[in-house]
Write a protein that binds this ligand. Structure first.
Ligand code: SF4
Length: 312
């Protein structure tokens, strides 16, 4: 299977006064065409940096990134500009990601004007089509972002991301700033658009229930590394990595009378400047054994799944 997007040994290090932050440290995965892959982990694990590095919003420190077989870190600027039309991103905060001084027509139409040189009545027509696709009305065309609710603003951001007919979209916590009921509507829209346009998604979130709802496959990151990957149903049914098990156990249960064996995460996430030796999770792992402190576990393939744990 040829991947739509394939990351090979992706690395992103940030050089700071306190040392080198290994935000993304040798991360490899592939996303098949039409697939939704959910990338999860606690805040600071490097998941958003993966998304930004894929789009080259930050320069990679190493590794390769293929989009439909082309290594996008190697291509020249004009090729990259053309390729950027096929990839987009929707950010977490619809309050800050939209220019407050621009009307919807300008916000959604800007990529069409800049990259596709569409202007005038054609631009207006195209923006109206995009607004209809995300459930907004024609009379909202000339309004400013502050005249919309949070959910509507995220719809505007999604319309803008679709303007150039991309094949691949990254969603970076797109619903975490929204109320729960609005979250569900936006997630439904994202799913509907994927089916109708056969889009490929990387969905970055800390919310495992969102991943369960929207994704086909899940990637779990801890301190810059992938620790588990596999089909969503299989991982929710039986997580192999103690970190994934702890994340799943932390999901609030709808029925509080249902008790389950809790595997609680203790302690803070260690600093990515000076990660623990051996398994990076060993300082918080309830199943730690002596080898964990000395040897870093490789991400091993087990059938359709992958896990980085000496005990798996
Ligand atoms: Fe825990 Fe050891 Fe597995 Fe790491 S390798 S997750 S410390 S059991």
């Amino acid at each position: 299977m040829r991947f739509c997007v394939e990351s090979q040994h992706l690395k992103k290090y940030f050089h700071t006064d306190s040392g080198v932050v290994r935000a993304v440290d040798d991360v490899s995965f592939g996303i098949e065409p039409g697939e939704t892959v959910g990338l999860v982990g606690e805040s600071g694990c490097g998941k958003s940096t993966v998304g930004r590095t894929i789009l080259k919003l930050v320069d990679p420190s190493g590794g390769k990134l293929f989009f439909e077989g082309r290594d996008i870190f190697e291509i020249d600027r004009s090729e990259r500009r053309a390729l950027r039309r096929e990839m987009g991103i929707v950010f977490q905060n619809p309050y800050s990601s939209l220019n407050p001084r621009m009307k919807v027509l300008q916000i959604v139409g800007e990529p069409l004007k800049t990259h596709a040189k569409i202007n005038g009545a054609r631009l207006r027509r195209k923006v109206l089509e995009l607004l209809a696709q995300v459930g907004l009305k024609p009379e909202q065309l000339n309004r400013f972002p502050h005249q919309f609710s949070g959910g509507q603003r995220q719809r505007i951001a999604i319309a803008r991301s679709l303007a150039l007919d991309p094949k691949f979209l990254i969603f970076d916590e797109p619903t975490s700033a929204l109320d729960v009921s609005v979250q569900a509507q936006v997630l439904n829209l994202i799913r509907k658009l994927q089916r109708s346009k056969n889009l490929t998604y990387l969905f970055i979130t800390h919310d495992l229930l969102v991943v369960k709802y929207i994704a086909d496959r899940i990637l779990v990151m801890y301190l810059g590394k992938l620790v588990e990957a596999g089909p969503v149903e299989a991982v929710f049914e039986h997580a192999l990595h103690p970190y994934t098990q702890a994340l799943l156990a932390a999901i609030p249960k709808a029925d509080p009378s249902i008790r389950q064996k809790r595997l609680l995460l203790e302690g803070e996430v260690p600093s990515p400047i000076n990660p623990p030796s051996g398994c990076r999770f060993h300082s918080r792992c309830p199943k730690v054994v002596s080898i964990c402190r000395e040897k870093e576990p490789e991400l091993r393939r087990l059938g359709q799944r992958q896990v980085a744990c000496h005990l798996a």
